[in-house]
Design a protein around this ligand. Structure first.
Ligand code: ZN
Length: 432
Protein backbone atom coordinates (compact mmCIF):
# COMPACT_ATOMS: atom_id res chain seq x y z
CA UNK A 1 0.00 0.00 0.00
CA UNK A 2 2.69 2.52 1.04
CA UNK A 3 4.85 1.63 -1.97
CA UNK A 4 1.86 1.92 -4.30
CA UNK A 5 1.01 5.38 -2.93
CA UNK A 6 4.59 6.56 -3.44
CA UNK A 7 4.60 5.13 -6.97
CA UNK A 8 1.50 7.28 -7.65
CA UNK A 9 3.37 10.26 -6.20
CA UNK A 10 6.42 9.67 -8.43
CA UNK A 11 4.17 9.31 -11.49
CA UNK A 12 2.34 12.51 -10.51
CA UNK A 13 5.62 14.45 -10.24
CA UNK A 14 7.02 13.01 -13.48
CA UNK A 15 3.84 14.17 -15.25
CA UNK A 16 4.07 17.62 -13.64
CA UNK A 17 7.38 19.33 -14.51
CA UNK A 18 6.10 22.87 -13.78
CA UNK A 19 3.44 24.41 -11.48
CA UNK A 20 1.15 24.85 -14.51
CA UNK A 21 1.45 21.14 -15.27
CA UNK A 22 0.84 20.33 -11.58
CA UNK A 23 -2.61 21.90 -11.70
CA UNK A 24 -3.32 20.21 -15.04
CA UNK A 25 -2.39 16.79 -13.55
CA UNK A 26 -4.60 17.43 -10.52
CA UNK A 27 -7.48 18.39 -12.81
CA UNK A 28 -7.09 15.07 -14.65
CA UNK A 29 -7.32 13.18 -11.34
CA UNK A 30 -10.39 15.16 -10.26
CA UNK A 31 -12.25 14.40 -13.48
CA UNK A 32 -12.21 10.69 -12.56
CA UNK A 33 -14.14 11.58 -9.37
CA UNK A 34 -16.86 13.71 -10.99
CA UNK A 35 -15.57 17.08 -9.79
CA UNK A 36 -17.08 20.10 -11.57
CA UNK A 37 -14.92 23.01 -12.67
CA UNK A 38 -16.16 26.45 -11.64
CA UNK A 39 -15.09 29.75 -13.17
CA UNK A 40 -14.68 32.82 -11.02
CA UNK A 41 -16.45 34.89 -13.70
CA UNK A 42 -19.67 32.79 -13.52
CA UNK A 43 -22.51 32.81 -11.03
CA UNK A 44 -22.32 29.70 -8.87
CA UNK A 45 -25.03 27.35 -7.74
CA UNK A 46 -23.66 24.72 -5.36
CA UNK A 47 -25.35 21.52 -4.22
CA UNK A 48 -24.98 19.82 -0.83
CA UNK A 49 -22.40 17.05 -1.27
CA UNK A 50 -21.29 18.59 -4.61
CA UNK A 51 -17.65 18.32 -5.71
CA UNK A 52 -16.03 21.41 -7.24
CA UNK A 53 -12.75 23.11 -8.06
CA UNK A 54 -11.54 26.53 -9.15
CA UNK A 55 -8.25 27.34 -10.89
CA UNK A 56 -6.64 30.78 -10.79
CA UNK A 57 -4.16 31.61 -13.57
CA UNK A 58 -3.32 27.96 -14.33
CA UNK A 59 -1.11 27.22 -11.30
CA UNK A 60 -3.21 27.64 -8.13
CA UNK A 61 -6.22 25.44 -7.45
CA UNK A 62 -8.86 25.22 -4.73
CA UNK A 63 -10.82 21.97 -4.58
CA UNK A 64 -13.87 21.61 -2.35
CA UNK A 65 -16.57 19.15 -1.39
CA UNK A 66 -19.77 20.69 -0.05
CA UNK A 67 -20.95 19.54 3.36
CA UNK A 68 -24.39 18.08 4.09
CA UNK A 69 -25.10 20.50 6.93
CA UNK A 70 -25.31 24.32 7.09
CA UNK A 71 -21.86 25.92 6.95
CA UNK A 72 -22.38 27.71 10.25
CA UNK A 73 -22.71 24.36 12.00
CA UNK A 74 -19.62 22.73 10.56
CA UNK A 75 -17.11 25.36 9.44
CA UNK A 76 -14.45 24.37 6.86
CA UNK A 77 -11.87 21.60 7.10
CA UNK A 78 -8.92 22.88 5.09
CA UNK A 79 -5.60 21.49 3.92
CA UNK A 80 -3.18 23.90 2.24
CA UNK A 81 0.05 23.25 0.30
CA UNK A 82 2.00 24.78 -2.59
CA UNK A 83 2.43 23.84 -6.24
CA UNK A 84 5.71 25.64 -6.96
CA UNK A 85 9.30 24.58 -6.31
CA UNK A 86 12.47 26.66 -6.38
CA UNK A 87 14.53 26.53 -9.56
CA UNK A 88 15.48 28.38 -12.73
CA UNK A 89 13.16 30.24 -15.11
CA UNK A 90 13.96 31.37 -18.66
CA UNK A 91 14.33 35.16 -19.11
CA UNK A 92 12.24 37.05 -21.72
CA UNK A 93 15.23 37.58 -24.08
CA UNK A 94 17.26 34.55 -23.11
CA UNK A 95 19.39 33.73 -26.15
CA UNK A 96 23.05 34.69 -25.94
CA UNK A 97 25.74 33.37 -28.26
CA UNK A 98 29.48 33.26 -27.86
CA UNK A 99 32.22 30.98 -29.14
CA UNK A 100 29.71 29.09 -31.29
CA UNK A 101 27.46 28.12 -28.38
CA UNK A 102 23.93 29.30 -27.77
CA UNK A 103 23.08 29.66 -24.09
CA UNK A 104 19.80 30.59 -22.40
CA UNK A 105 19.77 33.21 -19.66
CA UNK A 106 17.85 32.24 -16.55
CA UNK A 107 16.36 33.95 -13.54
CA UNK A 108 16.54 32.29 -10.15
CA UNK A 109 13.07 31.44 -8.79
CA UNK A 110 12.99 31.21 -4.98
CA UNK A 111 16.00 29.66 -3.23
CA UNK A 112 17.24 26.53 -5.02
CA UNK A 113 20.57 24.89 -4.12
CA UNK A 114 22.17 26.09 -7.35
CA UNK A 115 25.09 23.66 -7.31
CA UNK A 116 22.64 20.75 -7.66
CA UNK A 117 21.65 22.00 -11.13
CA UNK A 118 25.13 21.32 -12.53
CA UNK A 119 25.60 18.20 -14.71
CA UNK A 120 21.89 17.29 -14.74
CA UNK A 121 19.83 16.33 -17.79
CA UNK A 122 17.75 19.51 -17.80
CA UNK A 123 14.84 20.48 -20.01
CA UNK A 124 12.01 23.04 -20.27
CA UNK A 125 8.31 22.98 -19.39
CA UNK A 126 5.71 25.68 -18.96
CA UNK A 127 3.09 27.59 -20.91
CA UNK A 128 3.20 29.64 -24.10
CA UNK A 129 0.74 32.43 -25.06
CA UNK A 130 -0.09 33.09 -28.71
CA UNK A 131 -2.89 34.35 -30.93
CA UNK A 132 -4.83 31.60 -32.72
CA UNK A 133 -6.30 31.76 -36.23
CA UNK A 134 -9.48 33.45 -34.88
CA UNK A 135 -7.48 36.21 -33.21
CA UNK A 136 -8.04 34.76 -29.75
CA UNK A 137 -5.29 34.71 -27.11
CA UNK A 138 -4.48 31.12 -26.19
CA UNK A 139 -2.29 29.76 -23.40
CA UNK A 140 -0.93 26.26 -24.05
CA UNK A 141 1.09 23.95 -21.85
CA UNK A 142 4.37 22.81 -23.37
CA UNK A 143 6.94 20.28 -22.31
CA UNK A 144 10.11 19.23 -24.02
CA UNK A 145 10.54 15.69 -22.72
CA UNK A 146 14.13 15.03 -23.71
CA UNK A 147 17.32 16.38 -22.10
CA UNK A 148 17.73 19.78 -23.75
CA UNK A 149 19.90 21.99 -21.58
CA UNK A 150 22.99 21.63 -19.42
CA UNK A 151 25.11 23.46 -16.89
CA UNK A 152 28.46 21.61 -17.10
CA UNK A 153 30.64 21.80 -14.02
CA UNK A 154 34.12 23.26 -14.16
CA UNK A 155 36.78 20.50 -14.08
CA UNK A 156 38.48 20.08 -10.73
CA UNK A 157 41.76 21.02 -12.45
CA UNK A 158 40.40 24.56 -12.84
CA UNK A 159 38.58 24.66 -9.51
CA UNK A 160 40.99 23.00 -7.09
CA UNK A 161 39.14 24.05 -3.91
CA UNK A 162 35.69 22.82 -4.97
CA UNK A 163 35.72 20.01 -2.39
CA UNK A 164 36.76 22.33 0.43
CA UNK A 165 34.68 25.37 -0.44
CA UNK A 166 31.78 23.92 -2.41
CA UNK A 167 30.62 24.85 -5.91
CA UNK A 168 29.98 28.59 -6.07
CA UNK A 169 28.18 29.87 -9.14
CA UNK A 170 28.05 33.55 -10.13
CA UNK A 171 24.31 34.15 -10.45
CA UNK A 172 24.55 36.28 -13.59
CA UNK A 173 27.65 35.04 -15.44
CA UNK A 174 27.72 31.34 -14.72
CA UNK A 175 24.11 30.16 -14.80
CA UNK A 176 23.15 30.46 -18.51
CA UNK A 177 22.40 26.96 -19.81
CA UNK A 178 23.87 25.52 -22.99
CA UNK A 179 21.20 24.79 -25.62
CA UNK A 180 23.07 24.14 -28.87
CA UNK A 181 25.95 24.85 -31.22
CA UNK A 182 25.30 27.72 -33.59
CA UNK A 183 26.69 28.23 -37.07
CA UNK A 184 27.78 31.74 -38.04
CA UNK A 185 24.65 32.20 -40.18
CA UNK A 186 22.22 31.41 -37.35
CA UNK A 187 20.88 34.24 -35.21
CA UNK A 188 20.50 33.35 -31.52
CA UNK A 189 17.06 34.99 -30.99
CA UNK A 190 15.63 33.55 -34.20
CA UNK A 191 16.94 30.11 -33.32
CA UNK A 192 15.26 30.13 -29.93
CA UNK A 193 11.92 31.50 -31.19
CA UNK A 194 11.88 28.87 -33.97
CA UNK A 195 12.50 26.20 -31.36
CA UNK A 196 9.66 27.56 -29.21
CA UNK A 197 7.34 27.64 -32.18
CA UNK A 198 8.05 23.96 -32.84
CA UNK A 199 6.89 23.10 -29.33
CA UNK A 200 3.36 24.17 -30.27
CA UNK A 201 2.01 21.74 -32.78
CA UNK A 202 0.16 24.39 -34.80
CA UNK A 203 0.67 27.02 -37.46
CA UNK A 204 0.60 30.32 -35.62
CA UNK A 205 1.68 33.85 -36.41
CA UNK A 206 3.76 34.59 -33.40
CA UNK A 207 4.37 33.70 -29.81
CA UNK A 208 3.53 36.63 -27.56
CA UNK A 209 4.88 35.47 -24.19
CA UNK A 210 5.77 32.45 -22.09
CA UNK A 211 6.54 31.07 -18.66
CA UNK A 212 9.23 28.40 -18.91
CA UNK A 213 10.68 26.50 -15.97
CA UNK A 214 13.86 24.43 -16.09
CA UNK A 215 13.23 20.88 -14.91
CA UNK A 216 15.21 17.68 -14.41
CA UNK A 217 14.23 14.91 -16.85
CA UNK A 218 15.41 12.14 -14.52
CA UNK A 219 12.37 10.26 -13.25
CA UNK A 220 11.55 9.41 -9.67
CA UNK A 221 13.04 6.27 -8.09
CA UNK A 222 12.86 4.11 -4.99
CA UNK A 223 16.22 3.60 -3.28
CA UNK A 224 17.73 1.99 -0.18
CA UNK A 225 18.43 -1.69 0.62
CA UNK A 226 14.69 -2.29 1.04
CA UNK A 227 13.40 0.46 -1.24
CA UNK A 228 12.31 2.34 1.87
CA UNK A 229 13.30 5.74 0.45
CA UNK A 230 12.42 7.60 -2.72
CA UNK A 231 13.92 10.49 -4.67
CA UNK A 232 12.63 12.97 -7.23
CA UNK A 233 12.58 16.68 -7.97
CA UNK A 234 9.86 18.96 -6.49
CA UNK A 235 9.10 16.73 -3.47
CA UNK A 236 8.83 20.10 -1.68
CA UNK A 237 5.94 20.47 -2.00
CA UNK A 238 4.27 18.11 -4.45
CA UNK A 239 4.48 15.30 -1.88
CA UNK A 240 2.17 17.35 0.39
CA UNK A 241 -0.23 18.24 -2.45
CA UNK A 242 -0.37 14.58 -3.40
CA UNK A 243 -0.96 13.37 0.18
CA UNK A 244 -3.83 15.86 0.60
CA UNK A 245 -5.30 14.86 -2.75
CA UNK A 246 -5.19 11.12 -1.97
CA UNK A 247 -6.75 11.82 1.44
CA UNK A 248 -9.57 13.83 -0.16
CA UNK A 249 -10.25 11.35 -2.96
CA UNK A 250 -10.95 8.49 -0.55
CA UNK A 251 -14.60 7.39 -0.78
CA UNK A 252 -15.09 7.49 3.00
CA UNK A 253 -13.87 11.10 3.00
CA UNK A 254 -15.88 12.17 -0.05
CA UNK A 255 -19.01 10.68 1.52
CA UNK A 256 -18.32 12.00 5.04
CA UNK A 257 -20.74 14.91 4.68
CA UNK A 258 -18.06 17.35 5.88
CA UNK A 259 -17.22 20.68 4.22
CA UNK A 260 -13.76 19.92 2.81
CA UNK A 261 -11.26 22.21 1.10
CA UNK A 262 -7.83 21.60 -0.45
CA UNK A 263 -6.02 24.82 -1.41
CA UNK A 264 -2.81 24.49 -3.43
CA UNK A 265 -1.06 27.77 -4.16
CA UNK A 266 1.66 28.88 -6.53
CA UNK A 267 4.29 31.47 -5.46
CA UNK A 268 4.99 30.11 -1.96
CA UNK A 269 8.71 29.94 -2.71
CA UNK A 270 8.82 33.67 -3.46
CA UNK A 271 6.76 34.92 -0.52
CA UNK A 272 3.14 34.18 -1.60
CA UNK A 273 2.27 37.80 -2.46
CA UNK A 274 0.48 37.63 -5.80
CA UNK A 275 -2.96 37.33 -7.36
CA UNK A 276 -2.87 33.57 -6.87
CA UNK A 277 -0.46 33.25 -3.92
CA UNK A 278 -1.50 32.32 -0.40
CA UNK A 279 -1.20 35.98 0.68
CA UNK A 280 -3.60 37.02 -2.09
CA UNK A 281 -7.38 36.94 -2.12
CA UNK A 282 -7.89 33.51 -3.73
CA UNK A 283 -8.81 31.50 -0.64
CA UNK A 284 -10.89 34.23 1.06
CA UNK A 285 -12.72 34.86 -2.22
CA UNK A 286 -13.59 31.20 -2.69
CA UNK A 287 -14.67 30.63 0.94
CA UNK A 288 -16.86 33.73 0.78
CA UNK A 289 -18.40 32.61 -2.50
CA UNK A 290 -19.22 29.22 -0.97
CA UNK A 291 -20.98 31.12 1.81
CA UNK A 292 -22.84 33.36 -0.67
CA UNK A 293 -23.90 30.42 -2.82
CA UNK A 294 -25.35 28.69 0.26
CA UNK A 295 -27.22 31.86 1.39
CA UNK A 296 -25.04 32.12 4.49
CA UNK A 297 -25.10 35.69 5.85
CA UNK A 298 -21.93 37.55 6.85
CA UNK A 299 -22.28 36.83 10.55
CA UNK A 300 -22.81 33.12 9.95
CA UNK A 301 -19.85 33.10 7.52
CA UNK A 302 -17.61 34.56 10.26
CA UNK A 303 -19.03 32.04 12.70
CA UNK A 304 -18.19 29.28 10.22
CA UNK A 305 -14.60 30.54 9.92
CA UNK A 306 -14.31 30.60 13.71
CA UNK A 307 -15.26 26.91 13.69
CA UNK A 308 -12.80 26.03 10.92
CA UNK A 309 -9.40 24.37 11.04
CA UNK A 310 -6.52 24.27 8.60
CA UNK A 311 -3.59 21.92 8.12
CA UNK A 312 -0.72 23.70 6.35
CA UNK A 313 1.33 20.89 4.81
CA UNK A 314 4.91 21.49 3.71
CA UNK A 315 7.97 19.28 3.94
CA UNK A 316 10.12 19.16 7.12
CA UNK A 317 13.92 18.92 7.55
CA UNK A 318 14.80 15.25 8.11
CA UNK A 319 17.86 14.50 10.25
CA UNK A 320 20.95 13.76 8.14
CA UNK A 321 23.50 11.98 10.37
CA UNK A 322 26.50 13.40 8.46
CA UNK A 323 25.59 16.89 9.70
CA UNK A 324 24.55 16.56 13.36
CA UNK A 325 25.50 20.19 14.14
CA UNK A 326 22.75 21.49 11.86
CA UNK A 327 20.00 20.15 14.10
CA UNK A 328 18.67 20.73 17.61
CA UNK A 329 19.66 17.44 19.24
CA UNK A 330 16.28 17.09 20.99
CA UNK A 331 14.30 17.80 17.82
CA UNK A 332 15.78 15.44 15.25
CA UNK A 333 12.98 14.27 13.00
CA UNK A 334 13.68 10.94 11.35
CA UNK A 335 12.74 9.57 7.96
CA UNK A 336 10.00 6.93 8.07
CA UNK A 337 9.01 7.88 11.62
CA UNK A 338 5.83 9.76 10.73
CA UNK A 339 4.44 13.26 10.11
CA UNK A 340 6.28 16.18 11.68
CA UNK A 341 4.49 18.91 13.63
CA UNK A 342 6.53 22.12 13.22
CA UNK A 343 6.65 24.48 16.17
CA UNK A 344 8.11 28.01 16.25
CA UNK A 345 7.45 30.52 19.05
CA UNK A 346 8.06 33.38 16.58
CA UNK A 347 5.22 32.08 14.41
CA UNK A 348 7.29 31.23 11.37
CA UNK A 349 5.04 28.18 11.68
CA UNK A 350 1.39 28.75 12.52
CA UNK A 351 1.18 25.94 15.10
CA UNK A 352 -0.29 26.70 18.54
CA UNK A 353 -0.55 24.22 21.40
CA UNK A 354 -4.25 23.78 20.57
CA UNK A 355 -3.73 23.10 16.86
CA UNK A 356 -0.74 20.88 17.67
CA UNK A 357 -2.92 18.80 19.98
CA UNK A 358 -5.64 18.48 17.36
CA UNK A 359 -3.23 17.12 14.73
CA UNK A 360 -1.47 14.85 17.23
CA UNK A 361 -4.90 13.45 18.11
CA UNK A 362 -5.63 12.82 14.41
CA UNK A 363 -2.37 10.85 14.16
CA UNK A 364 -3.21 8.81 17.25
CA UNK A 365 -6.71 8.03 16.03
CA UNK A 366 -5.26 7.01 12.66
CA UNK A 367 -2.65 4.81 14.37
CA UNK A 368 0.20 6.85 12.89
CA UNK A 369 3.42 7.90 14.69
CA UNK A 370 4.30 11.61 14.72
CA UNK A 371 7.29 13.82 15.60
CA UNK A 372 7.89 17.41 16.66
CA UNK A 373 10.37 19.80 15.08
CA UNK A 374 12.01 22.97 16.33
CA UNK A 375 14.79 24.75 14.39
CA UNK A 376 18.20 25.61 15.92
CA UNK A 377 18.11 29.07 17.51
CA UNK A 378 21.14 30.47 15.70
CA UNK A 379 19.79 29.50 12.26
CA UNK A 380 17.05 31.41 10.45
CA UNK A 381 13.87 29.35 10.31
CA UNK A 382 11.98 29.02 7.01
CA UNK A 383 8.26 29.68 6.85
CA UNK A 384 5.18 28.30 5.08
CA UNK A 385 1.74 29.35 3.88
CA UNK A 386 0.46 28.47 7.40
CA UNK A 387 1.02 31.83 9.17
CA UNK A 388 -0.06 33.73 6.02
CA UNK A 389 -3.41 32.00 5.45
CA UNK A 390 -4.17 31.73 9.13
CA UNK A 391 -3.69 35.52 9.50
CA UNK A 392 -5.81 36.25 6.44
CA UNK A 393 -8.83 34.11 7.23
CA UNK A 394 -8.48 33.98 11.02
CA UNK A 395 -8.55 30.19 11.16
CA UNK A 396 -6.73 28.00 13.66
CA UNK A 397 -3.86 26.27 11.83
CA UNK A 398 -1.12 23.68 12.33
CA UNK A 399 2.07 23.36 10.27
CA UNK A 400 3.01 19.79 9.46
CA UNK A 401 5.08 17.94 6.86
CA UNK A 402 6.83 14.73 5.97
CA UNK A 403 10.59 14.56 6.71
CA UNK A 404 12.69 15.41 3.65
CA UNK A 405 16.42 15.31 2.88
CA UNK A 406 18.08 18.03 0.77
CA UNK A 407 15.23 20.54 0.70
CA UNK A 408 15.51 22.79 -2.41
CA UNK A 409 17.99 20.48 -4.15
CA UNK A 410 16.91 19.51 -7.67
CA UNK A 411 16.92 15.92 -6.34
CA UNK A 412 15.27 15.61 -2.90
CA UNK A 413 14.56 12.39 -1.04
CA UNK A 414 12.19 11.14 1.62
CA UNK A 415 10.74 8.01 3.25
CA UNK A 416 8.09 5.74 1.74
CA UNK A 417 6.29 5.19 5.05
CA UNK A 418 6.02 8.92 5.79
CA UNK A 419 3.94 9.53 2.68
CA UNK A 420 1.57 6.74 3.71
CA UNK A 421 1.37 8.01 7.31
CA UNK A 422 0.64 11.56 6.15
CA UNK A 423 -2.21 10.39 3.91
CA UNK A 424 -3.72 8.45 6.82
CA UNK A 425 -3.46 11.39 9.24
CA UNK A 426 -5.04 13.76 6.70
CA UNK A 427 -7.78 11.26 5.91
CA UNK A 428 -8.56 11.03 9.61
CA UNK A 429 -8.81 14.84 9.83
CA UNK A 430 -11.12 15.11 6.81
CA UNK A 431 -13.38 12.19 7.73
CA UNK A 432 -13.91 12.67 11.46
ZN1 ZN B 1 7.80 24.11 0.67
Amino acid sequence: MATQQVQYLLDFIDASPSPWHVVDSIETQLSAFSFVKLNETDKWSLQAGGRYYVIRDDSSIIIFVMGQQPLVKTGFKLIGAHTDSPGLRIKPNPATASDGLLRLGVEIYGSPILATFADRDLSLAGRICYKDEHGKLVSQLVQCDKPLLRLPNLAIHMNRTVNEEGLKLHKQQELPLILTRLTEQQLPCAYFSDWLQQQIDKEIESILSWDLAVYDTQQGVFWGANNEFYANSQLDNLASCHAALLALLDESVLESGNMLVCAFFDHEEIGSESQKGAAGSFLTDILERIALATKTDREDFLRALAKSFMISADMAHAYQPSFPAAYDSEHKVLVNQGPVIKVNANQRYSTSSGSEALFADCCELAGVPYQKYSHRNELGCGSTIGPITSSLIGVSCVDVGSPLWAMHSIRESAGVWDHHYMIRAMRQFFAE
